[in-house]
Design a protein around this ligand. Structure first.
Ligand SMILES: Nc1ncnc2c1ncn2[C@@H]1O[C@H](COP(=O)(O)OP(=O)(O)O)[C@@H](O)[C@H]1O
Ligand SMILES: [Mg+2]
Length: 283
């Protein structure tokens, strides 16, 4: 699988307001949409807890779902890059690693991502849990997003309680200057009130100053194959394409700003800015 095309820093990071909000579902849909257009897109699940043991190895369920949606069967080495940190304990990554005597470091996850990005046009990365989930004693998912600089899709529940979680997650992403592509609202509960969902969408767009890229309905069988038959899938793919353009240019600007900040710190040793926002360099 895959070619030797060398397209750097291309893809998406799918995060969520929580675990169980539909990140894997959205990752699989996005991947299927990209591959339908002929794009060489592959999934990555940097950290997976709750893995099953099979044939002496650990199987990462989210990665398997995404691979099935994309119709991919990667070679073992590539599959390791797609999910470099696997743990059996179903809990937060930092705790699972500590309990199993492992270690998660953002730099190792970025190294695995780079192998994939060097070989494929697009990497769709699914985070674990939400934005502030700890990876070790001092790094969180946010640090990984900051290091990868991919446009971020925030998946949130469509119904009750979503406004607070979504706005808080957006605030954390913005404070870290992470390029945002948009929000996907996913109906994970059967019988959610349609008027509540419509109102939530409008409120999140207004207060969060963000585009809601898609509102996904509740489905008895939420799989990619049945979703692909739906007109919503085509609309969603179209929205993703628009978001990709603006998200990509935001990601490039954000990378430039970071480089200027690092230069500024190196030159102004005595009055060095502490954050990119304090940096007075031209952006
Ligand atoms: N639109 C939907 N309708 C019905 N069930 C859904 C929907 N989206 C997700 N689910 C189900 O909710 C559960 C959590 O979804 P998942 O994508 O695994 O979330 P996450 O990756 O954020 O933990 C899964 O069992 C999934 O099948
Ligand atoms: Mg998942």
């Amino acid at each position: 699988m895959g070619g030797t095309k060398l397209v750097k820093d291309c893809g998406w990071f799918v995060t969520g307001t929580d675990t169980g909000v539909g990140k894997t579902y959205v990752t699989a849909l996005l991947l299927a949409a990209l591959r339908q257009t002929g794009a060489d897109a592959v999934p990555m699940k940097p950290v997976q807890t709750g893995c099953a043991r099979r044939n002496g190895g650990l199987v990462a369920p989210d990665l398997e779902t995404a691979l099935a949606a994309a119709g991919l069967k990667p070679a073992p080495r590539e599959k390791r890059w797609m999910c470099p940190a696997r743990f059996r304990t179903p809990c937060s990554p930092h705790l699972a690693a500590a309990r199993e005597g492992g270690r998660i470091r953002v730099r190792d996850l970025v190294a695995a991502y780079r192998h994939l990005a060097a070989r494929h046009a697009s990497v769709v990365v699914e985070g674990a849990g939400g934005v502030m989930v700890p990876l070790n004693t001092h790094e969180t998912m946010l640090d990984l997003m900051r290091a990868l600089r991919l446009p971020v899709i925030l998946v949130a529940r469509a119904g009750l309680g979503t406004i607070n979680h979504t706005l808080l997650s957006l605030a954390a992403l913005r404070a870290a200057e992470i390029p945002l592509a948009g929000v996907v609202l996913n109906t994970t509960q059967r019988g959610e009130s349609a008027s509540l969902v419509t109102s939530n969408r409008a409120t999140i767009e207004r207060l969060g100053k963000v585009k809601v890229l898609a509102v996904l309905p509740w489905r008895a069988a939420p799989d990619v194959a049945s979703m692909q038959k739906d007109a919503l899938f085509t609309r969603m793919a179209e929205n993703f394409r628009h978001a990709e353009k603006s998200g990509r240019s935001r990601a490039v600007r954000s990378r430039r700003r970071d480089a200027a900040f690092q230069d500024c710190r190196a030159w102004n040793k005595h009055r060095a800015p502490q954050t990119p926002a304090e940096c007075s360099c031209r952006r």
